[in-house]
Design a protein around this ligand. Structure first.
Ligand code: NAD
Length: 487
């Protein structure tokens, strides 16, 4: 079993606790790696290193910061097969998905590097004749906390905009999937990124994660994960008034109207709900069908779902692999059973072996059922049939979440109504909710979070302070000082 250390201040170190935690391959439950179980002192050490590195890093010319990120990008490209295998083994991703995530991560890093020179302040007209402008300044030490479902891309989403704008970082990966983050640290070490600019602390959320949020020297928290965790983090971060980006859970709707192309819509639904076994924040977790096409849609989706290949994640033909762990698998099963008990009709799936949950379609679903009411992070497609378009929109919005959404229609008026009325951070017409582009801003509303990732300047705003600057050109006059002269 390979042992990793944490990366703090440019050194590979053990936790002061001396404790280690195993990382399991979800497909076989075999322990493949061990990583340190970091504690509060480890976090504090990493924050000190990041703080010490901050000013020199912030003062470095942008072209130099870009140089380091570009060198890291090139090295990551060379490590493609190694990184892909790590993602398969730590996250249970089928290998085709791991390749998609890898290309996605590199695309995001590349797009961020390219956008960086276009992010700057502006000059402002002055009512008093001064020179008036804004400059963009980094915030300081960023605490980045990421989940297990896309360990490489989630880390890059935060690292790229934070570092290029002049912040330093302490990254805490999920203990289910810490290896990708530690491999990123190896890349930064190899390109001789100044020590302390990037640090990785491995450890549990309740110990290491909590300390990152509470450490008063951390100026910004960028978190991706569950809504309940996000709420806890927002409360704690509020005590030291940290700037926050929260990318949280979703229960995204996919509406299929009467005039939709059903072949296309069912392709999108199968992809949007079952890719990565449904473990994506923007998976299409509720499929809302207009009555007239509901039967045809159901038959076609069933036929396509039955063709999905379940198997060994290392096999390039495998479409469905394991869920991340036993707790998640059991939680998904409880949600399925609970929905069936409330009247949902099991159309396919509903069973699991080890951690592999069969792609499942539930008919006759209502919003009261756990598969619709809660975020279901597994391969389960609840079909909700509605009598009319307005009801479809009401159901789409009948959730605490608001991440992404999709609608299939040829009718411009319906498309426009969905675009304006669905409460979400993004909405896609003739596409499912599972759609992301590094040039476009990404982030949710309601309990799906706050702030944006990706999209160039949208992400950079999250990691900078806009400082207003004025310069007096001539000696200023202060009428206040002459008030006493008047008789
Ligand atoms: P999680 O909230 O359990 O854990 C995420 C990270 O937070 C982990 O590193 C964990 O160790 C840490 N953590 C846990 N409790 C903490 C605490 N109290 N203080 C500080 N850190 C803590 O989420 P998960 O199960 O790893 O990920 C799945 C969830 O992430 C789903 O809800 C999914 O929708 C969401 N997600 C959202 C996005 C998005 O962009 N909106 C993207 C991916 C995943």
């Amino acid at each position: 079993m390979e042992k990793y250390k944490m990366y703090i201040g440019g050194e590979w170190v053990d936790s002061v606790s001396g404790e280690m935690r195993e990382v399991l391959y979800p497909s076989t439950q075999e322990a493949l790696w061990e990583v340190p179980d970091g504690v509060e002192e480890d976090v504090d050490r990493a924050v000190e290193a990041a703080l010490k590195a901050w000013e020199p890093w912030a003062m470095l010319r942008l072209t130099r910061r870009i140089h380091y990120l570009r060198a890291a990008l090139e090295l990551l490209e060379d490590k493609k097969e190694e990184m892909v295998e790590i993602m398969v083994k730590e996250g249970g991703h089928p290998i085709s998905l791991a390749r998609w995530f890898f290309e996605g991560a590199l695309g995001r890093l590349r797009a961020t590097i390219e956008a960086a020179p276009g992010f700057y302040g502006e000059t402002i007209p002055s009512t008093t004749g001064r020179f008036s402008c804004t400059i963009k300044q980094p915030i300081g030490v960023v605490g980045a906390i990421v989940p297990w479902n896309a360990p490489l891309t989630q880390a890059i989403n935060k690292i790229a905009p934070a570092l290029v704008t002049g912040n330093t970082m302490v990254l805490k990966p999920s203990m289910e999937t810490p290896i990708s983050a530690l491999e990123i640290a190896k890349v930064f070490e190899a390109v001789e990124l100044p020590k302390g600019v990037f640090n990785v602390v491995t450890g549990s959320g309740l110990v290491a994660g909590k300390r990152i949020v509470e450490n008063p020297k951390v100026s910004k928290i960028s978190f991706t994960g569950d809504t309940a965790t996000g709420r806890d983090i927002a409360e704690r971060a509020g005590r030291t008034l940290k700037k926050l980006t929260l990318e949280l859970g979703g229960s995204d709707p996919l509406i299929v109207c009467e005039d939709a192309n059903i072949d296309w819509a069912t392709d999108a639904a199968v992809y949007g709900r079952f890719y990565h076994q449904g473990q994506i924040c923007i998976s299409s977790k509720r499929i809302i069908l207009l009555e007239r096409i509901a039967e045809e849609f159901k038959e076609k989706m069933l036929e396509k779902t039955r063709r999905l290949k379940i198997g060994d994640p290392m096999d390039p033909k495998t479409q469905i692999g394991p869920l991340i762990n036993k707790q998640q698998t059991e939680k998904v099963h409880q949600q399925v059973k609970g929905s069936i008990n409330m009247g949902a009709k099991l159309l396919c799936g509903g069973r699991y072996e080890k951690l592999v949950y069969e792609p499942t379609i539930l008919g006759d679903c209502t919003m009261e059922m756990p598969c619709c009411r809660e975020e279901c992070f597994g391969p389960v497609a609840p079909l909700i049939t509605v009598p009319d378009f307005d009801t479809a929109i009401e159901i789409a919005n009948d959730t605490i979440h608001g991440l992404s959404g999709g609608i299939f229609t040829q009718d411009l008026s319906k498309a426009m109504k969905a675009i304006t009325r669905i409460q979400s951070g993004s909405i896609h017409v003739n596409e499912c909710s599972l759609h992301i582009d590094p040039f476009a801003p990404f982030g949710g509303v309601k309990a799906s979070g706050m702030g944006k990732e990706l999209g160039g300047h949208y992400a950079f705003e999250e990691y900078t302070n806009t400082k207003w600057v004025t310069i007096n050109i001539e000696q200023a006059s202060y009428p206040f000082l002459r008030l006493g002269d008047k008789t």
